[in-house]
Design a protein around this ligand. Structure first.
Ligand code: 3EB
Length: 347
């Protein structure tokens, strides 16, 4: 009989060393993590500016989003090898052996328009990638103020897509765009942050959805440049990144004004893209899930959490943020990271 090891058996046998990991933490937990600054790749703040205990060497991204409930929260990216800070033009970042983190604030006043500011920010990011040698962007977060507001006859999210498309056309050196989120907030200024690696991730699409980069022009003059998901392999550890996922089937929003319908459809979309990613992966994917969940109204928190926990288990990280989706009729949007985490105690 030929020896065959199923993906599940492999997962049970091998716990690859995780090259990086993410945690969503509150202020006191961040204070503890700040005691090990060499492991900190980058920190993102929701409802808070740069926290005092964070060493100045650690990049910090201030965002216009706030937690759906409670005090400030932080998204902490940690690396298994020592991190060192590096600033390239407008981009503040850090690099470990395997992964880079960076952030840039949008300067709309200086650029003259949102699309010019987005183009400039992404050109700065590509310069950072070239300088550091981390030439493959693998994950972008785009947090914009007033995302659905009209700006001289064109919605700001559509202007954002024009600027991103322009920069990607000029500088992105891979056939498919990375995984991304594009969400609005009301506090402070717009910002982009990202992860990059030495090798690109394998892009994965959702068979239930039209690829965002192929959306018809009804959603704006330039389509959104992002892949639905990707699998990023680093030695034997494969990480799954899932873009902001919502109640969109084909390219249309389903379940208008129906929260329960949108939650169920979003989870169907997550399951479909996860299945596609599992097919695309070379081996087992990590078993640690981190979900970041954007809510149009903080009152949705309980219903969404019940559904996410029922679908993906209680042993998952879930960070709830108040966010404006780029289609105002979307009530909820969920992104995810699924990775290995071998050194639980280190947190
Ligand atoms: C969608 O599927 C929902 O513009 O980078 C999700 C994830 C969405 C990323 C982006 C937009 C973006 O079209 C919106």
């Amino acid at each position: 009989m030929p020896l065959s090891v199923s993906k599940i058996d492999q997962a049970a046998l091998a716990q690859p060393e995780a090259p990086f990991a993410v945690r969503y933490v509150d202020g006191p937990a961040l204070r503890r993590l700040a005691l090990q600054p060499a492991a900190l790749l980058g920190v993102v703040g929701f409802g808070a500016g740069r926290p005092d205990p964070l060493p100045s060497s650690c990049p910090f991204a201030a965002t216009p989003l706030v937690p759906a409930a409670g005090e400030a929260m932080y998204e902490v990216w940690r690396a298994a090898s020592p991190c060192r800070p590096i600033t390239v033009g407008p981009v503040t970042g850090s690099v470990s052996n395997d992964i880079a983190f960076g952030t840039v604030a949008l300067d709309e006043g200086r650029a003259g328009s949102l699309e010019a500011a987005v183009d400039a920010a992404y050109l700065g990011i590509f310069n950072f990638l070239d300088t550091t040698g981390f030439t493959a962007p693998i994950r972008f977060w785009n947090y914009l103020t007033a995302i659905t507001e009209d700006d001289n006859g064109l919605e700001r999210y559509r202007r954002f897509n024009i600027g991103r498309h322009q920069a990607f056309t000029a500088r992105l050196r891979q056939p498919l765009p990375p995984v991304a989120s594009g969400v609005g907030g009301k506090h402070g200024t717009s910002a982009i942050y990202f992860l990059a690696a030495h090798e690109p991730a394998k892009a994965v699409e959702n068979p239930r959805q039209v690829s965002a980069y192929s959306y018809p022009p009804v959603y704006g003059p330039r389509s959104p440049s992002f892949s639905r998901a990707s699998v990023h392999a680093l030695r034997e550890a494969e990480t799954l990144f899932i873009s902001g996922t919502a109640s969109i089937v084909g390219h249309e929003t389903w379940h208008l004004g129906d929260l329960d319908g949108q939650i169920a459809e979003t989870i169907r979309n997550l399951r479909a893209v996860i299945a596609a990613a599992e097919d695309a992966a070379a081996g087992p994917l990590g078993d640690r899930w981190a979900f970041k969940i954007y809510l149009h109204d903080r009152a949705y928190c309980e219903a969404v959490d019940r559904a996410v926990e029922a679908a993906f288990g209680a042993d998952t990280q879930r960070l709830y943020l108040r966010g404006d989706m780029c289609r105002s009729e979307l009530l909820v949007e969920i992104e995810a990271v699924r990775h290995f985490e071998s050194e639980e105690g280190a947190w």
